[in-house]
Design a binder for this molecule. Structure first.
Ligand code: SF4
Length: 473
């Protein structure tokens, strides 16, 4: 049994929302939940406009495929504008609508089913249950379409279809042993959320995640099974006594980047957003290119544009590259993440985003950008995200691919070991798995990998150490 002590916690965690704005060092921070990462084009435009009007002009993408805007003043119309755009459907439930979904679901043949309708159903039914407003803002749902890309990202409650009209119920990031009919998947997820709240009460704790409860996954699974067996959800069964179900593979660092074939000559284009910072201008560009009317945010702080006409692809790739967005899976930006750092976080010992941008850009073409505080998302002064061609024209990274030879999303890459830059030892936002950590020390950075550390006195030494860790030298 795991003994956990969360007695020092208040019941409500401090996760910000559109209404519950967090006071950060650089102003108000509002977070907007985007279940399944799905935004309509008008919604993306509203976000871009609100960020430019009341915030810093940057939309930050989060590891839960949500968005946040910084630098808000005390009095803004931000929340009202989000509500008008349909991005704040429930004031009471706004912070608990944390729902991951496979970003390419319905686009290609790798999934068992399109989970898009299930995301909408879960969101609607979640908001309709008053008791579930008491979930912590850390509680995470995941609807995997069977490819195994989001089921293993540590959700509290998730489903992973197996292809036989049945889905694995994932609890606390692992196979719970329960199998539910796909038609009852949303019912099972809601039952898991209610079971978690019941266990919180039974254990008299303020845990935020199932994994923080004593024997949480087992006890929640038992409650779910009891609830569904007495309901109309259909048969629930335990898996045969064998290995836990595994499907898919960890997505390559950065998630889907590049073109993925869709039926009918269409393509879905995965776009990496350097350090997850999307300027309002970049958001407007994405909205303009999203001819299918939808933009999907990914948990890897990127974007998927589904349903593009293949003939549009070269022009779209070129325009995205000119704007500093990445469609080349071989880009050095892939797998590079950073915490907020200065000036947004008072604890930070460095402006890690500018330093990460400077180090990453210097690996491309041997050029070192001027780090003047211009963060990623905006071109770094003295450099542009694309290589400059004859006559000053900006070329996309890797050149413009011919329509017949698109990049392949999730293709194997070299030199893309995940690298996480952090302004202090807390390492907020660090991805799971094997990661090279670049931690500010106040006198430079320390690069940690596989239990070994290298202290670096300046950004040049740090850049070289990161490149060595990624196998780029
Ligand atoms: S890792 Fe440290 S500096 Fe970075 S956001 Fe977290 S607390 Fe702030």
């Amino acid at each position: 049994m795991v003994i956990s002590d969360f007695s020092g916690r208040s019941r409500l965690d401090a996760c910000p929302g559109a209404l519950q704005v967090h006071a950060a060092a650089d102003g108000g921070l509002a977070r907007v939940r985007v279940p399944g990462g799905r935004l309509t084009v008008p919604q993306l435009r509203e976000l871009a406009g609100a960020a430019a009007t009341w915030g810093t002009g940057v939309i930050e993408l989060t590891s839960r495929a949500n968005v946040q805007v910084r630098g808000l003043g005390a009095e803004t119309g931000f929340a009202a504008r989000m509500a008008e755009a349909g991005l704040l459907p429930s004031p009471t439930h706004e912070r608990i609508r944390n729902v991951l979904a496979s970003p390419l679901t319905g686009c290609d043949a790798r999934g068992v089913l399109d989970v898009g309708p299930l995301v909408a159903d879960l969101d609607r039914r979640l908001c309709a249950r008053p008791a579930l407003a008491g979930l912590p803002g850390r509680f995470l749902f995941a609807l995997d379409d069977g490819r195994g890309d989001v089921a293993w990202l540590g959700p509290d409650a998730g489903i992973l279809p197996t292809g036989a009209g049945e889905a694995v119920l994932v609890l606390a990031g692992a196979d719970s042993g329960l199998r539910v009919p796909v038609t009852s998947a949303v019912t099972a997820l809601l039952a898991a959320a209610e079971a978690f709240l019941a266990e919180l009460a039974a254990q008299e704790t303020h845990a935020w995640r199932i994994s923080e409860l004593s024997d949480g996954a087992e006890l929640v699974a038992a409650r779910v099974r009891a609830a569904l067996d007495t309901g109309s959800a259909g048969p629930v069964r335990l898996r045969p006594p064998a290995e836990p179900y595994r499907a898919g593979r960890p997505s390559a660092a950065g998630g889907p980047v590049g073109a993925v074939d869709q039926p009918g000559g269409r393509v879905a284009l995965g776009v990496a957003v350097p350090l997850g910072r999307l300027t309002s201008a970049q958001a407007e560009l994405l909205a303009g290119l999203a001819s299918h009317g939808e933009v999907r945010l990914t948990p890897w702080r990127g974007v998927v544009l589904p349903g593009l006409d293949r003939a549009e692809l070269p022009r779209a790739v070129a325009r995205l590259a000119e704007a500093g967005l990445v469609t080349d899976p071989g880009s050095p930006w892939i797998g590079v993440t950073a915490c907020t750092g200065r000036p947004g976080c008072a604890k930070s010992l460095a402006d890690v985003r500018s330093d990460a941008a400077r180090a990453t850009l210097s690996r491309r073409g041997g050029r070192t950008a001027s780090a003047t505080g211009a963060g990623p998302g905006a071109p770094i002064e003295g450099d542009a995200p694309g290589a400059t061609g004859p006559g000053g024209r900006t070329e996309p990274e890797g050149g413009t691919p011919p329509a017949a030879a698109p990049h392949v999303a999730d293709s194997p890459r070299t030199g893309t070991l995940p690298v996480h830059w952090a302004g202090c030892e807390r390492r907020c936002g660090r991805p799971g798995g094997r990661v090279a950590d670049v931690v500010a020390t106040g006198d430079g950075y320390r690069v940690d990998l596989d239990g070994r550390s290298l202290t670096c006195a300046d950004i040049e030494e740090t850049t070289a150490a990161v490149a060595a860790a990624r196998g780029e030298t």
